[in-house]
Design a protein around this ligand. Structure first.
Ligand code: GLA
Ligand code: ZN
Length: 675
């Protein structure tokens, strides 16, 4: 990883497409005036501009861009310059059909849309390389330009012959011999044995799709190809003479790519956030969004950018709901609270035609500044100016939750105890929420990341143990850590082969138990956990559970709770095993939130986790950031109504917002403690 990027200011801006307005210069003039009014200090430009940058093969047309950049610069507005690879011009697709993607049914796409390129095609790569180098030569050292926005929301896969060949190479490198691959994929099942790497093809709904090891490796390959393409793009701007930070914009809970693999490829993580505010109670949406922010922050464990968000309503969700007054600011500052150094929008000026013409924007078709949205955007800009000092500050979490992409892929394919839904994300959320409700900052990490140093680590549903997780976990508990593992963990290895000899594999001694069977419950079925008298966590309440019930046989672990019904009534539902200096907790079933809230609170307090705000009302979020100078306590009220919160005003000074023992609905308060 290169050094932490710090732009020296909280960025406030977003996607800007002046190429859509070149025939209306008065609009471009107005844009600058409005940007300044709204305290916009950054734009992302060039995303999807290829046809305007290279209208004919090899004929570059950069003057319009030069003019806009110059004008922005004169007005103190920075530019994140995009490479245009997210979409390509028609001439290219016509002349070189290989640049277009082939889908899993082995049909080549027609020209159109975006994200429609083959990332292996030497022609596409060469075109991208030339373009990126030209852009870098021309603008890569312009004082307005502060970084590279590579492509746009990489995603999807290509099944063309070139990609198939790369996949085979990738497999050969990974397994060495075809025998090893056959073993890892268990290909004797249904007679799917390969004699040679040349016989292997990507999974397809028309062909092979039941070899789980193949499916899993294909997904890994897709991530690796995308990483490779990202590196390729980054190298091209470097070769064009620009050493500015590179970034890609990531997406919400996107399953297609393991974003952790981009940890040292990008200089700063950025992501596009479009929650469905007002669809559910706002505190729930806030919690969901909070976890995504923390996933993004945890990739590099340093500040990220909120690269896109909508100033009002999107036009692609099932209903285009307006943000109620105050929601934009609350949502924007939530990103900052969780570690963002920016608030950026899609888009600054609303396009006139095509599929996003009704997508929310800072400046809409009316074209003036006296709109509610413009006013609220301006307020966000003003807030960010006040919070400038927080730029670059870090979050130090005492606890972590593991949410692992490859585990998710494997589990979705498993054909195990429930095929309707295993509720993996929900299981992670329950752990996450249980920590957040105590006002704790939470790192959301994957299995490859370090767990040493956290006071409590929750590992829900780690079906697949990979990256030596079991050894890491053992060490962690031995050294005094408190580890919480749940049902359906440690079942398969990293090629989805079941572990033999008992599960959770490699950790049965650490947890003092063995999982013997797992019961899948139909929708509507439930069981309960009843506290055992005198249990060491002082649990006294009964909680219900659904979906999955693990039946474990203890060998040394303390049973804290037992099942209340069915033929396994009386068997363990929650256990704790002291191991080395630490403790290993095993949660046997998918419990209701209240279970996690109580159990995690008690485990955290046993672990000596420090809390800053002792009671946090429903809908209130507490986060911290810190730098050499100060520690910031950010408190947000996602309730519609004013809410009472007791904040540690003796220790921290009120620094931003209004607080009188209560916080207004959708309002944010920041307290500061000088170091
Ligand atoms: C994505 C894309 C943008 C735009 C927005 C609309 O995040 O990156 O180009 O399409 O969605 O919400
Ligand atoms: Zn391809």
């Amino acid at each position: 990883m290169r050094e932490q990027v710090n732009f020296g200011k909280m960025l406030h801006g977003g996607d800007y497409n002046p190429e859509q307005w070149l025939d209306m210069p008065e609009i471009l003039e107005k844009d600058i005036e409005y940007f300044k009014k709204a305290k916009i200090n950054q734009v992302s430009m060039g995303i999807f501009s290829w046809a305007m940058l290279e209208p004919e093969e090899g004929k570059y047309q950069f003057e319009w861009m030069a003019e806009v950049i110059e004008r922005l610069y004169k007005n103190g507005i920075s530019v994140l310059l995009a490479t245009p690879s997210g979409a390509r011009p028609k001439w290219m697709a016509d002349k070189y059909p290989e640049v277009l993607r082939v889908d899993e049914t082995r049909h080549r796409n027609l020209f159109g849309g975006r994200h429609n390129h083959c990332y292996t095609s030497p022609v596409y790569r060469e075109k991208v390389r030339q373009m990126n180098m030209e852009l870098a030569k021309r603008f890569g050292n312009h004082p307005a330009v502060i970084g590279w926005h590579l492509s746009n929301e990489y995603g999807g896969e290509c099944h063309c012959p070139l990609c198939q060949e790369e996949f085979r190479k990738w497999l050969k490198e990974k397994y060495g011999t075809i025998e090893k691959l056959n073993k890892a994929w268990a290909t004797t099942f249904w007679s799917h044995v390969y004699n040679d790497f040349s016989q292997i093809e990507s999974p397809s709904s028309r062909g092979e799709n039941g070899v789980h090891g193949l499916n899993l490796d294909w997904k890994r390959f897709v991530t690796d190809r995308t990483v490779d393409f990202t590196r390729f793009e980054a190298q091209a701007v470097k070769d064009g003479g620009s050493d500015l930070p590179v970034m890609i914009n990531m997406m919400y809970n996107f399953s297609g790519l393991n974003y952790h693999k981009f940890q040292d490829v990008v200089d700063i993580v950025t992501w596009d956030n479009y929650p469905c505010w007002h669809k559910y109670p706002e505190p729930e949406t806030a919690m969901d969004t909070a976890m995504q922010h923390d996933i993004m922050r945890s990739i590099q464990k340093r500040p990220f950018l909120l690269m896109e968000s909508c100033p009002s309503a999107t036009n692609w969700q099932s209903v285009s709901k307006l943000k109620k007054p105050g929601m934009l600011k609350a949502a924007s500052l939530q990103a900052v609270a969780h570690g963002s150094d920016s608030v950026q929008y899609f888009q600054l000026r609303q396009s006139r035609g095509s599929s996003e013409k009704f997508h929310g924007a800072v400046i809409d078709h009316y074209g003036k500044e006296d709109t509610r949205v413009f006013q609220e955007v301006t307020e966000v800009g003003e807030a960010l100016e006040q919070l400038q000092e927080m730029t670059g500050s870090l979050t130090h979490a005492q606890v972590a939750v593991i949410y692992d992409w490859e585990n998710r892929w494997a589990m979705e394919d498993a054909a195990g105890p429930r095929n309707e839904n295993l509720f993996y994300k929900q299981a992670v959320e329950k752990s996450y929420w249980a920590f957040r409700k105590q006002g704790l900052d939470v790192d959301v990490i994957d299995m490859e990341q370090e767990i040493e140093g956290y006071q409590v680590v929750a590992a829900p549903m780690l079906y697949m143990f990979r990256a030596g997780f079991q050894e890491k976990a053992k060490q962690y508990v031995e050294n005094g850590g408190k580890l919480i593992l749940t049902y359906w963990s440690g079942i398969v290895d990293d090629t989805d082969l079941c572990f033999l000899g008992g599960t959770p594999h490699g950790l049965m001694d650490v947890f003092g138990l063995r999982s013997t069977e797992i019961d899948g419950l139909y929708e509507g079925e439930s069981n309960q956990a009843i506290p055992v008298e005198g249990n060491s966590l002082n649990l006294t309440k009964t909680y219900s559970c659904e979906h999955l019930c693990d039946l474990v046989k203890t060998d040394g672990a303390e049973v804290l709770m037992t099942y209340g019904s069915d033929f396994y009534a009386g068997m363990p539902a929650l256990t704790c095993n002291p191991y080395g200096q630490g403790e290993a907790y095993y949660v046997c079933a998918d419990f209701e939130q209240g279970f996690y809230d109580e159990v995690y609170r008690k485990i955290s307090s046993k672990a000596g986790v420090k809390r800053i705000v002792s009671h946090i009302p429903y809908g209130v979020e507490v986060t911290t950031r810190e730098n050499e100078k100060a520690r910031y306590l950010i408190v947000q009220n996602f309730n519609r109504n004013r809410t009472e919160v007791k904040l540690p005003t003796e220790e921290f000074q009120l620094w931003y917002g209004t607080y009188d023992g209560t916080i207004a609905g959708f309002d944010t308060v920041i307290l500061r403690k000088e170091k």
